[in-house]
Write a protein that binds this ligand. Structure first.
Ligand code: IPE
Ligand code: MG
Length: 225
C-alpha cells in the first residue's frame, strides 16, 4: 500500500497524516474483499527495510497499528474476519506484540476472510528464518538431513504455511517492483499496478484490478490449452 507519503505532501500534510488516511483505505478494502468473497487478504504494512525511516515516522506507524487493532478488533470478530500477523514480530514494541497476540487469539475461530498484516516483514527474512528453523530441526533430531525438504515440505517453515499463494498482487503509486513482498509465495501471482496513491485507492480501482485479473490466462508454467 504505497504512496501515503506522496499523498501527504500533495496535500501539504505531514507523512503521518498520509499513513492515517492509508489506514482508512485498509478498512474499506477489507470490506470490499469480504463482499467479493475473497478468502485471504495480505496487507503489506511495514517492511524489514522500513525500520530505516525516521524515529518519529516509525513510532507513529507502530502507534497507528496499535490504534487500528484496538478500534477494529470488535468489527473483525463481528464480521467473522480472522486476523493474523506475519513478519519478525519480536522486532515490534512489546505492547504491540501483546495486542497482536490478543486480537489473533480473539479472532482465531473466525472462519470468514483471513486478514494477514505483514509487519516487519521481508520475503528474504522469511526464507532465511525458515532455513534457520529447518537447520534447528535437523540439529535437534526433528528432521532428517539425508532427506532434505522439497518445495512443499520447506513451505511448512514459512510464517503462514497454510495460507494459499496470492492470486493477485495490487501495487499502488505507480511502482513496478515487489519490494521484498512474499518472495516465495508470489512465484505465479498476477500483478496489477496503478498510479493511484494508496489513500486515494477507491472501489473503482479495486473493481478494475479484479476485472483485469479475470482476463488473465494463468498457465502456471504449463501450455496454453
Ligand atoms: C506507505 O507509503 C508504506 C508504509 C511504510 C506504511 P509510503 O510511506 O512508502 O509512501 P511514499 O512512498 O513515501 O509515497
Ligand atoms: Mg513508498
Amino acid at each position: 500500500m504505497d504512496g501515503n507519503g506522496r499523498w501527504a505532501s500533495a496535500h501539504g500534510l505531514v507523512r503521518l497524516a498520509g499513513h492515517r488516511a492509508g489506514a482508512r483505505t485498509v478498512e474499506r478494502v477489507v470490506d470490499w474483499c469480504r463482499d467479493a468473497c475473497i478468502g485471504y487478504l495480505t496487507i503489506y504494512a511495514f517492511s524489514t527495510e522500513n525500520w530505516s525511516r525516521s524515529k518519529a515516522e516509525v513510532s507513529g506507524l507502530m502507534k497507528l497499528m496499535g490504534l487500528m487493532l484496538r478500534e477494529k478488533s470488535g468489527a473483525f470478530l463481528k464480521s467473522n474476519v480472522r486476523l493474523r500477523v506475519v513478519g519478525r514480530r519480536s522486532d515490534l514494541p512489546l505492547s504491540l506484540q501483546r495486542q497482536i497476540a490478543s486480537v489473533e487469539e480473539k479472532t482465531a475461530a473466525c472462519d470468514g476472510m483471513q486478514l494477514l498484516i505483514a509487519v516487519s516483514y521481508g520475503g528474504r527474512a522469511e526464507i532465511a528464518e525458515a532455513a534457520r528453523r529447518y537447520a534447528c530441526d535437523v540439529r535437534d533430531g526433528r528432521a532428517d538431513a539425508s532427506a532434505p525438504p522439497d518445495d512443499d515440505a520447506f513451505r511448512r517453515y514459512l510464517y503462514a504455511p497454510d495460507v494459499p499463494d496470492p492470486d493477485l498482487i495490487i501495487r499502488t503509486s505507480g511502482e513496478f517492483r515487489l519490494s521484498n513482498f512474499l518472495l516465495w509465495q508470489s512465484a505465479y501471482a498476477e500483478f496489477w499496478t496503478t498510479p493511484v496513491l494508496w489513500p486515494d485507492f477507491a472501489k473503482a480501482d479495486f473493481d478494475a484490478a479484479l476485472e483485469a485479473y479475470a482476463t488473465r490466462d494463468r498457465r502456471m508454467g504449463g501450455r496454453r490449452a
